[in-house]
Design a protein around this ligand. Sequence first.
Ligand SMILES: Nc1ncnc2c1ncn2[C@@H]1O[C@H](COP(=O)(O)OP(=O)(O)OP(=O)(O)O)[C@@H](O)[C@H]1O
Length: 258
Amino acid sequence: MTAILEARGLTKAFGGLVAVGDVDFAVEEGGITGIIGPNGAGKSTFFNLISLFYRSTSGTITFRGEDVTRLRTHDMPPRGMARTFQTTHLFAEASVLENVIVGYRHRTRAGLLDALIASPRERREIAEARRRAMEALDFVGLADVAHRPAGLISQEQQKRAAIALGLVGGPRLLLLDEPAAGINPEETDDLGRLIRRIAEAGVTVCLIEHKMKMVMGLCDRIMVLHHGRKIAEGTPDQIRTDDAVITAYLGSDAHAHA
Ligand SMILES: Nc1ncnc2c1ncn2[C@@H]1O[C@H](COP(=O)(O)OP(=O)(O)OP(=O)(O)O)[C@@H](O)[C@H]1O
């Protein structure tokens, strides 16, 4: 197994508070990796670090063999990394398809001049973006609402649209920020199946998620954070029976077990 993403000694301090402290972490290529931990454990901060949304205080991040520590989130899609946001702000009046096209067009090369003169290159890129966006929507099961205004689709469909936005550029690694937040158990199961299909299609997945049942059923490997430190990593079975993990969760509030 090779690591597609590797973090070494990753640390983020907010003033005096060390939200993430000296964490080593690897995402193996091809699987589904989960990051869990009680409330305030540092999951979101860690996720924002590995997706280059936050700059680390210290430590290094390597993606596909390249040191990307000093790069930013927007540098990553061309390198094959995409991330979703917990609340995806879709343009409510634009169609679902148009939203995903915009996501893809961030990657393309036609400049303002091409757009103004509607150059052949611009027209080719629009056609390609449209085809790719439609493919991504089809994959996540939203083809039938592609032309509906994004503001009119359900919360669960918005979650899928966020994933389509992540997939449209053809990433090698997709980072999912609490993909199942705010949806019901049945929808959560469906979303789990979608995430599995993404992995089966060859896209490595790494996610943070509060819903324990989903994480345990879906992930090949899990890392557990507590007070900003890594306290365990391993398979779901190893994590379930790990003393440090059990103690950490017992000491926190119960919603983490939902
Ligand atoms: N921008 C920030 N400025 C200051 N402190 C922050 C900031 N972001 C997070 N923190 C603090 O860092 C710690 C870790 O927060 P973080 O949101 O990463 O945890 P989490 O595991 O994602 O929590 P939750 O499960 O509640 O979403 C917390 O003590 C939080 O208050």
